[in-house]
Design a binder for this molecule. Structure first.
Ligand code: SAH
Length: 346
């Protein structure tokens, strides 16, 4: 087996066996540049040099779950908790709209305060005020009926990372009250309802092996999502994983290239976590095949409290500053921010 041949095979057949993925990941140094070039070229063919910004509103950092890696998990008593009101969420969107954003993402911990009625009202209000914008939700696990009500209220897309596709690994990252099977069911429900669906995983999470990553790629192949969010794991000082190593930009960008090659039309963000572990991480992510950025639109006052991991970037800047900074960063690498809904293209 040669890494180069496997890359060619992936290009042609859009998937590999688990063993082949593991081999390719092991020998990635031999083909990293070639993979990035292929990926960028495929991205250019489908989306040109456009990079789609999604304005991220982190509306609550309360969470009932206890994911071992996450800084805002329920068990962390050192978090200053906050919730944004409907008015605050709408005014964050308005701020984004004025800057040119046509795509909003509401993300939060799993916070029972926001009942389905409250969420439906928030989504419907955004939909009514901004009929020309895409609304993405990232609220964690709900049931079919609730996902459906949110879709009918006007949400277009849903982000729910599977986190890791292998049960044994999932168990090492989550308490027994959570289940990988249910998370996967949620993803299939979301697709069935009609959402554009995004899944994904952390790169370099504790105990992760290359075999785990191969399983992640195969699960993504099977689910066939519209978006895939991957970013390096970064330790948070108030978690049991505080002394674990962070994932690397090198492996994350290689995986971005493989994902682009597997599914050339994917919406693929260069994540904030990638920008956190390397100063030019987001640029590297775009050059390796990414085409989405998710700048923060949350009020500056609460930003530092949505700390899933340590040293998160862009927690002090106003939305307008992030916007200017990212535009310049994209232009320096020959791309540009495109302020449209940025829908998935067949
Ligand atoms: N509650 C929502 C949103 C989760 S936060 C949900 O369950 O989907 C969004 C993502 O941040 C998570 O899916 C996870 O992959 C990532 N994340 C959490 N802790 C992290 C850490 N320490 N390092 C890097 N990414 C992390």
């Amino acid at each position: 087996m040669k890494a180069k041949d496997l890359l060619e095979k992936l290009m042609k057949e859009k998937s590999l066996t688990k063993e082949e993925f593991v081999f390719l990941l092991e020998h990635r140094e031999e083909v990293r540049e070639e993979a990035a070039d292929m990926a960028r070229k495929l991205c250019d063919e489908h989306y040109g040099k456009a990079v789609y910004p999604r304005g991220l509103v982190e509306f609550t950092n309360y969470c009932k779950n206890n994911c071992y890696y996450c800084g805002i998990r329920a068990g962390n008593k050192n978090v200053t908790r906050y919730r944004l009101s409907k008015e605050e969420i709408l005014s964050s969107c308005e701020n984004g709209y004025q800057l040119g954003y046509r795509s909003f993402v509401l993300q939060g911990g799993e916070d029972p305060y926001y009942t389905i009625e409250i969420m439906v009202d928030i989504v419907a209000s955004i939909r009514k005020k901004y009929p020309d914008c895409a609304i993405t939700l990232s609220l964690g696990e709900l049931d079919y009926e609730r996902y459906k009500r949110l879709y009918e209220a006007g949400a277009d897309r849903y982000l729910l990372r599977h986190e890791t596709a292998l049960e044994e690994h999932y168990r090492m990252l989550h308490p027994d009250s959570m289940s990988l099977a249910y998370r996967k069911k949620c993803l299939y429900d979301l697709k069935d309802i009609g959402y554009q669906v995004g899944t994904g995983f952390m790169v370099g999470s504790p105990y992760q092996t290359l075999e785990n990553l191969a399983e992640d790629l195969l699960f993504i192949k099977e689910l066939d999502p519209h978006m895939v969010g991957i970013g390096p794991f970064i330790p948070h000082h108030d978690t049991q994983f505080k002394d674990e190593a962070a994932g690397t930009a090198e492996l994350t960008t290689f995986l971005l290239s493989l994902l682009r090659i597997m599914k050339p039309t994917l919406l693929l963000p260069a994540t904030t976590a990638l920008g956190t572990i390397a100063p030019d991480g987001r640029e590297q992510g775009i050059l390796a095949g990414g085409n989405v950025l998710m700048p923060n639109l949350s009020p500056v006052m609460v930003r530092k409290d949505y700390a899933l991991y340590d040293n998160k970037i862009c927690t002090g800047e106003e939305a307008a500053e992030c916007f200017g900074c990212l535009s310049r960063r994209m232009e320096r690498i020959g791309c540009h921010l495109e302020f449209s809904r940025g829908d998935y293209r067949e």
